[in-house]
Design a protein around this ligand. Structure first.
Ligand code: NAP
Length: 256
């Protein structure tokens, strides 16, 4: 099956770049990416071919990337920066740049992308978010007083109500480990955080999240689903997840 243009935003990010490169290897997919920095893109991919550059908080700057787009992968995110080196014995303090707060990037910036997708006639959006958004007191919400998971969840809700087919993947803690070696587990609304099977860490390699994104673009059972995603540690994986149609069948529509 040939998929018409897929746009991956956050294409120079840690997970976005894996998704972008996986899709590039698929001759049935026409993939383009949206990044912020041509220099970073050149370092990562060797060229800026098929890439657009802009700021998701400025709708006009990213509009061109959405021309002819049929599927959209949203992998943009605010990232906190260390405010100052920690004093001995103290934890580091984090802050968001004033032009890069979660409200601006994770809510307004994602809303901008969804609005542009609606205008372009996009058929499906795969959005990668984070587990923990049901808990206002989650440490990530406290970080830099940014309420990042709350803003991410508001953007998810906007997407679920947009009328576009959606797949919302709320990942557990991301690891830079090889993909394709573990059994993946899906859950709903942070139940896995409260009760992980066998007490396993609620984490997953970025490469496995990226593969789940790629499969969600292809499998009808991923349409209009929202789910948490973690993996068994490699040593505890009695099987490796290969049947993503079946994995998505275990998930349900978004509830807020
Ligand atoms: P990442 O490397 O931080 O990538 C974020 C991307 O967003 C980067 O490509 C960045 O551009 C782009 N971006 C930020 N602000 C932008 C703006 N104003 N305009 C355009 N692009 C902008 O992400 P990741 O660590 O792979 O995480 C992927 C997703 O999983 C995120 O939503 C994250 O919150 C979520 N998640 C993370 C964890 C974790 O443990 N870290 C856990 C669960 C879920 P540049 O490349 O130019 O910086």
């Amino acid at each position: 099956m040939t998929i018409a243009k897929v746009l991956v935003t956050g294409a120079t990010g840690k997970t976005g770049s894996i998704v972008y490169q996986k899709l590039k290897q698929d001759s049935n997919v026409r993939v383009e990416g949206l990044g912020r920095s041509p220099e970073k893109a050149k370092k990562l991919f060797g060229s800026t071919e098929n890439l657009y550059f802009g700021d998701i908080t400025n709708k006009d700057s990213i509009k061109a990337a959405f021309a002819d787009c049929k599927k959209l992968v949203i992998l943009t995110s605010a990232s906190p920066q260390m405010a100052a080196p920690p004093k001995p014995g103290e934890r580091p303090q984090f802050a968001y740049p004033t032009d890069g707060t979660p409200e601006l990037v994770d809510y307004q910036g994602q809303k901008n992308q969804i609005d542009l997708a609606i205008a372009a006639g996009v058929e499906q959006i795969v959005l990668v978010g984070s587990m923990g958004g049901t808990d206002e007191n989650h440490p990530l919400n406290k970080m830099g007083n940014g309420k990042i998971l709350i803003w991410k969840r508001k953007a998810e809700e906007y997407l679920a109500n947009s009328g576009i087919s959606y797949t919302i993947i709320r990942a557990g803690g991301l690891q830079d480990q090889p993909g394709g070696k573990r059994k993946l587990i899906v859950g709903d609304n942070d139940e896995l955080l409260a009760n992980p099977p066998n007490g396993i860490p609620t984490s997953i390699p970025r490469a496995d999240v990226a593969e789940t994104v790629v499969q969600a673009l292809k499998e009808p059972s991923a349409i209009n689903k929202a789910f948490d995603l973690i993996s068994y540690p490699e040593a505890d994986s009695d099987t490796v997840t290969k049947d993503f149609a079946d994995l998505f069948t275990q998930t349900t529509k978004a509830e807020f």
